[in-house]
Design a binder for this molecule. Structure first.
Ligand code: BMA
Length: 315
């Protein structure tokens, strides 16, 4: 079975009562392992329904502390593309800088003609925005980085490939020379008919470099809007080549905290770290709280190798 094992004390983080900016929910956290210290930026939803980012850290992967009293980042209410908040951060370290790409949300006049990425004519707009930090205390605001397209679920690769930065978004792939101007957007992965990922798909964790390829956890929905997690492996030199895609989800809503919340039946990851020869997959549960599930590295690749001989790879 290629399944993640939930931590038995999940959820590991729930909204703190009395903290106005996270009283609605805490979910969909970004994580990065900095020499054993796991930094987390989590999405917090306040009573005003605006999403902001809170910060916490852990040294064992399960117990988080150092929760910020105030949001460490909130989007600019005067930026027409960001005024409904910042959602679903994903952290990637490149050199000595942590880049955080996230979804900024707004009600904004519809753009015409309809762009190739638009999903509706509704004036609901989402953009991929970016901030960066070197220390998780001061953040530099870059603003919207993928212009003119409604997109989200963005995740940066941790290094340049063939002289270019590479990003995934919803799940397209695109390239850049400067992390701000992205070109050559093309579809990397499509939904599959009659499958757990037949409705929508999106990148989850930023890709993790392994000797077997770029490992990426992603989310998919079916036509009942149940969010589950799967994995893909991409070729190290040419990440447009999908080497493996899981037929079955590796995690799906089963526990009450994953089935009942602000949005029922959701497991949604924005970050995975490698620690003690395991992958720690952090996830938002039912858009309400945060859980963690793990898998041993060796077992994961053993199970993938077994399946690669018998499974078709769908691009
Ligand atoms: C997606 C995103 C996530 C959310 C999920 C389930 O579209 O908005 O932030 O967790 O829906 O509601």
């Amino acid at each position: 079975m290629l399944k993640l094992a939930r931590y038995d004390k999940n959820p590991i983080i729930s909204p703190r009562s009395g903290v106005w900016w996270e009283s609605g929910a805490v979910f969909n956290p970004a994580v990065i392992n900095d020499n054993g210290k796991i930094h987390m930026l989590y999405r917090a939803l306040g009573g005003d329904r605006i999403s902001r980012f809170g910060y916490a850290y852990s040294t064992d992967g399960y117990n988080f502390k150092g929760f910020s009293d105030v949001p460490v980042f909130e989007s600019d209410p005067f930026d027409s593309y960001e005024r409904l908040g910042c959602e679903d951060p994903r952290i990637t370290r490149i050199g000595d800088t942590y880049y955080i790409v996230y979804c900024s949300a707004s009600v904004h006049p519809a753009t015409f003609p309809r762009s190739q990425f638009s999903t509706s004519f509704a004036p609901w707009r989402v953009r991929v925005s970016m901030i960066s930090t070197k220390d998780f205390s001061t953040y530099h605001r870059q603003g919207v980085v993928i212009h003119s397209v409604d997109s989200k679920d963005a995740a940066l690769f941790p290094e340049m490939i063939d002289g270019q930065y590479v990003i995934l978004h919803r799940i397209w792939i695109a390239y850049s020379q400067d992390l701000e101007n992205w070109y050559d957007h093309r579809i990397l992965l499509k939904t599959r008919k009659n499958s757990w990922d037949s409705g929508k798909i999106g990148a989850g964790s930023p890709p993790i470099k392994t000797e077997h390829g770029w490992l990426l956890f992603y989310h998919g929905t079916d036509h009942q809007n149940i969010y589950r997690l799967g994995i893909i492996l991409l070729d190290l030199d040419d990440p447009t080549k999908v080497l493996y895609r899981s037929e079955e989800p590796v995690l799906e809503p089963e526990k009450p905290y994953e089935k009942e919340g602000l949005v029922p039946n959701v497991v949604f990851t924005c970050g995975v770290v490698e620690k003690d020869d395991k992958f720690f997959v952090y996830y938002g549960a039912a858009d309400r709280c945060i859980g963690v599930a793990t898998i041993e590295r060796e077992r994961l690749f053993y199970e993938i190798a077994k399946r690669m001989h018998g499974e078709m790879v769908h691009g």
